[in-house]
Design a protein around this ligand. Structure first.
Ligand SMILES: [Ca+2]
Length: 370
């Protein structure tokens, strides 16, 4: 017994070892294989990150060049109703709409205009970088700070909201912005927000469109895809900003003047060749009575231009969005650049904007001489 025990002590570990080595090797091999696989995946993902990073840098660099070009043009070329009039003589605003100008030569106010209606221009930066550049005048967008509940309701309905939801969303946004605490029909003031556990309404003008999505019901009641379109079609300019019929997208024209899609398309076709001076231009084009407000200018850009830059041939297709804002008297700089935001490439707007442009290839973006 004692001997057997001794023999066990001497031999058994070896036996155990022999039976143990193979699994250990197999486990080790599995671990090594897994590590190699993990390292390769990490390398692959690092390479993807690097390529995304390179694309981001290329986009930002391109957007900075585009900003500089637009700012230069804004500072040096006269502003007209539809955009920048390159190479044009400086006129008073009224000259643009009068056939008989002080000059003896006939003036075409739409000749050589860099349009602020969000159409695509193509800008080349060397041989391998081509960007699609769009400029949108803020005065062509639906200004949320004006509190036109009827126009906002129409816009929401046209973007897919049901009638009741559109009425409620327009009312709650206006209570969210207006200075008082009086709840309008379908609206919401501090007590509704408190009950829902939300921050109270700021009761002031919005500084950016994204703030609207904190209004009561806006995070839950908007139809799918509407948020991205709203962000593209609305602004938060000051209440004195004009309405520019010459730069408004189709959906904004429809919301302002209760036009059908066809009527708005007619207006947009007409402004390719002649400037629209006010709601009476719409009446003569569509037959639809449109009451002008005596207090509003309908045919001139606002102080801010939205610049959207996207690299052509870039698989991720991200869009760089910034605002170029002309300074007011007394400011040190001639303009300011606000932003940027990088737009989600899969947004409905991007898809739609691309669809709309199928028939009209981008025009070359003008490069300032000098
Ligand atoms: Ca309020």
């Amino acid at each position: 017994m004692k001997r057997a025990m001794k023999r066990d002590d001497l031999l058994q570990p070896q036996d155990r070892e022999a039976g143990f080595i193979l699994p250990v090797v197999m486990v080790a091999l599995a671990v090594i294989s897994l590590s190699i696989w993990a390292a390769l995946s990490a390398l692959e993902s690092t390479r993807k990150d690097l390529s995304d990073l390179r694309a981001d840098i290329r986009l930002q660099r391109t957007a900075l060049v585009a900003e500089a070009r637009v700012a230069y043009l804004l500072a040096t070329e006269p502003l007209g109703a539809a955009g920048l009039r390159q190479g044009a003589r400086r006129y008073r605003i009224s000259d643009e709409f009068s056939a008989a100008s002080e000059s003896s030569e006939p003036v075409d106010p739409l000749a050589n205009v860099l349009r602020f209606d969000n159409r695509a221009y193509e800008m080349s930066l060397g041989s391998d970088t081509v960007a699609e550049v769009r400029l949108q005048d803020e005065a062509g967008l639906l200004n949320l700070n004006i509190l036109d509940q009827v126009a906002l309701e129409r816009l929401l309905r046209n973007l897919g909201a049901k009638e009741e939801a559109a009425r409620q969303l327009a009312a709650t946004l206006h209570d969210f912005i207006d200075a008082d605490d009086l709840k309008r029909l379908n609206g919401a003031e501090a007590s509704e927000y408190e009950r829902a556990g939300q921050m109270p309404p700021p009761n002031r003008d919005l500084n950016q469109v994204s703030e609207a999505f904190s209004a009561f019901g806006w995070s839950s009641e908007l139809p799918a895809g509407a948020a991205g379109r709203l962000a593209e079609l609305t602004s938060t300019a000051s209440a004195t900003t004009p309405f520019n019929l010459n730069t408004a997208p189709q959906d904004v024209l429809r919301a302002w003047f209760d036009l059908t899609e066809d009527e708005a398309a007619t207006v947009i076709r007409a402004r390719e060749t002649s400037l629209l001076v006010g709601p009476t231009s719409l009446t003569s084009l569509t037959g639809r009575p449109a009451q002008p407000s005596d207090f509003r200018l309908y045919a001139f850009p606002g102080r801010s231009i939205r610049l959207s830059v996207r690299l052509v041939n870039e698989p991720r297709g991200a869009t760089h969005i910034s605002w170029i804002r002309l300074a007011e008297a007394g400011d040190i700089y001639p303009y300011f650049v606000l932003g940027p935001e990088i737009d989600n490439p899969s947004s409905k707007f991007a898809e739609r904007a691309n669809e709309q442009d199928e028939d009209t290839p981008p025009r070359p973006f003008p490069f300032p001489v000098g």
